[in-house]
Design a protein around this ligand. Structure first.
Ligand code: FES
Length: 575
């Protein structure tokens, strides 16, 4: 280990070291908690930023894991302090947990900046917690290591593996079609979530934790270890030890998160056929670092990266299988020639060094280059008259019959309108229709809820229809599937072309040519634009009012406009 710092240069020493009235005050309050001066003075103070809460099932084990991190920090000669952070739980937080990603980022940044902290272990995993923690850590730029919460074990029903989200959507569709009994439905409910940990399909949680590893922000192999595995405890201890070393080495997020690291993350995202949400989060993370990731870069990389992870919803298996197959290191080893292997990671080694010896042991789960799940990445970026600033579709989850499709629009002006009318017998809809949902974007939702997988009307389900073209400015759960065009930008709430669509308009989706177009003439569109009025805002107070005023559009990452790197707050004065 190369020491670049001596104890007097530690950031925390400014609080604990000086023989001043303030120094006295800071030390005496540590004594109040039973610590001696030598416990914390001149030692790297490591914040364990913990998103544990009793209403976050994905993080149910993180209180216990924090103790393991502390063991590691003590072992390496540091001083651990657990700092609670806003616990965004995907399941329970309404109307959309995405509203709160930026709040967690601010919480993380401000806690780390304002306290006597030298480095951090960031503990999260449930969807928005990974980008939220990392965004805050990038902005404060103190040495930080991410500790993924780990996926839960496979679900089980009748001996069949069940996947979070994906099998819920699948069996709910069948239940609406009348093919699943009450008893079976109840048994599925009890079997789908069997342990702590996050969703074990390739949803946003598994995608974002894998990308945090591809970015170099975790220890090698960290993202694939199931939460319930004892290796996860050892990972926590090792992450604590390593955080202390990173402080001495002065290894910061800015050293790890280069453009090459972000290109690696996009490459891995495509090989995983990751959640479409990852695009928004990666754009936001990069912007915090002062790096621009234009949407076409995702398409360009997607075109040359094969999908190798055979994980639901695009594939067959679950994250527990992925771990047994060799995990993310094995997958990255398969595409090593497509990665920039000189990128530095938090263990101090390059990505290339970390991949040495990695191998796939279950080729049915992590496919080889000669037998990919799909020839090229599972995501396409669309542009056209309906999406001037871009839209996203997960091609790997879309029915190939619909990749080139023109059909008449069936328009819902917001979620409530859709909920009220989608299953009405008199709704004028058939399998060729294009379902359109307006006012579900960053400001319109607000918070871009995961409403993008619009339900298939029951009357069509009963006729055997299982996929249709659906378009919105919303997001979609990474565990969902279907021909769903998402993140249409600019969103309808701010007057984007999506706001002007009316029932019966012809809409053309053309995935091979990356187009999304509205078949309405310019004159008619101009007339509609003149008549259009922005819907009244639903929120006027508190955080949501701030969100509405300052959030950016989907293609800009939905971060707050005042959190760009130029606005860095610097270190606080100690009075
Ligand atoms: Fe937490 Fe899915 S609900 S990751």
């Amino acid at each position: 280990m190369t020491h670049k710092k001596n104890p007097e240069e530690l950031r925390s020493y400014r609080w604990f070291g000086p023989d001043t009235m303030r120094g006295f005050s800071h030390r005496s309050r540590m004594s109040q908690m039973g610590y001696s001066r030598e416990d914390f003075t001149g030692k790297p103070v490591i914040a364990i930023v913990n998103t544990w809460s009793e209403i976050n099932p994905c993080h149910a084990h993180l209180r216990e894991r924090a103790e393991a991190v502390k063991r590691g920090v003590w072992q390496a000669g540091g001083f651990p302090v657990e700092v609670p952070a806003f616990s965004i739980t995907e399941t329970y937080m309404k109307p959309s947990p995405m509203l709160y990603r930026n709040l967690l980022a601010m919480d993380t940044e401000e806690s780390l900046r304002s306290l006597p902290i030298d480095g951090a272990v960031l503990m999260g995993g449930c969807d928005k917690t990974t980008p939220g923690l990392l965004m805050g850590a990038i902005s404060v730029n103190l040495p930080a290591i991410f500790l993924p919460a780990g996926p839960m074990l496979r679900g089980n029903w009748n001996g069949q593996p069940l996947g979070s989200g994906t099998d819920l959507w699948k069996f709910w569709t069948e239940r609406c079609a009348g093919t699943v009994s009450d008893d079976d439905w109840n048994a599925i409910e009890s079997g789908i979530a069997r342990s702590p940990g996050f969703c074990m399909t390739m949803g946003t949680a598994s995608t974002m934790t894998a990308l945090s590893e591809a970015l170099g922000m975790t220890l090698p192999g960290a993202s694939s270890i199931p939460a319930a595995d004892s290796n996860h405890v050892r990972l926590a201890i090792e992450s604590g030890r390593r955080a202390v070393e990173m402080v001495w080495e002065d290894l910061k997020p800015a050293d790890v998160l280069t453009l090459a690291a972000f290109r690696n993350a996009i490459t891995v995202d495509m090989a995983l056929s990751g959640s479409t949400n990852a695009i928004i989060h990666l754009v936001a993370l990069a912007r915090r670092r002062g790096i621009d990731l234009p949407l076409p870069l995702f398409d360009e990389i997607a075109r040359r990266v094969p999908v190798l992870a055979n994980i639901r919803p695009s594939g067959e298996y679950l994250m527990e299988d992925f771990y047994y197959a060799g995990g993310l290191r094995a997958l990255m080893g398969e595409i090593a020639d497509l990665l920039e292997l000189d990128s530095l990671t938090v263990n101090g080694n390059t990505l290339g060094k970390n991949l040495e010896g990695a191998r796939v042991v279950k080729p049915e789960v992590i496919r080889g280059r000669e037998t990919p799940l799909m020839e090229n990445g599972g995501t396409a970026i669309l542009y056209g008259s309906l999406a001037p600033d871009g839209a996203v579709i997960k091609t790997s989850a879309a029915d190939r019959r619909l990749w080139q499709h023109t059909g008449p629009a069936v328009v819902f002006r917001d979620y409530q309108d859709m909920d009220a009318r989608i299953n009405r017998e008199d709704l004028d809809v058939d399998e060729n229709s294009v379902l359109v949902l307006q006012n579900a974007g960053p400001l319109g939702g607000p918070g871009m809820p995961e409403w993008g997988m619009l339900p298939i009307p029951n009357k069509l389900l009963k006729r055997g229809v299982r996929d249709m073209v659906r378009i919105s400015d919303a997001r979609m759960s990474g565990t969902a599937y279907g021909t769903c065009v998402l993140h249409v930008s600019p969103e309808s709430y701010v007057g984007g072309p999506l706001a002007l669509v009316k029932d019966g308009d012809a809409i053309t989706l053309d995935i091979p040519n990356r187009r999304l177009d509205l078949g309405v003439g310019e004159d008619e569109l101009a007339r509609r634009r003149a008549e259009w009025k922005r819907p009244a805002p639903k929120e006027h107070r508190g955080y949501l009012a701030l969100y509405r005023e300052r959030v950016t559009q989907a293609h800009q990452g939905c971060d707050f406009d005042f959190l760009s790197p130029e606005e860095g707050a610097g270190d606080p004065q100690i009075y």
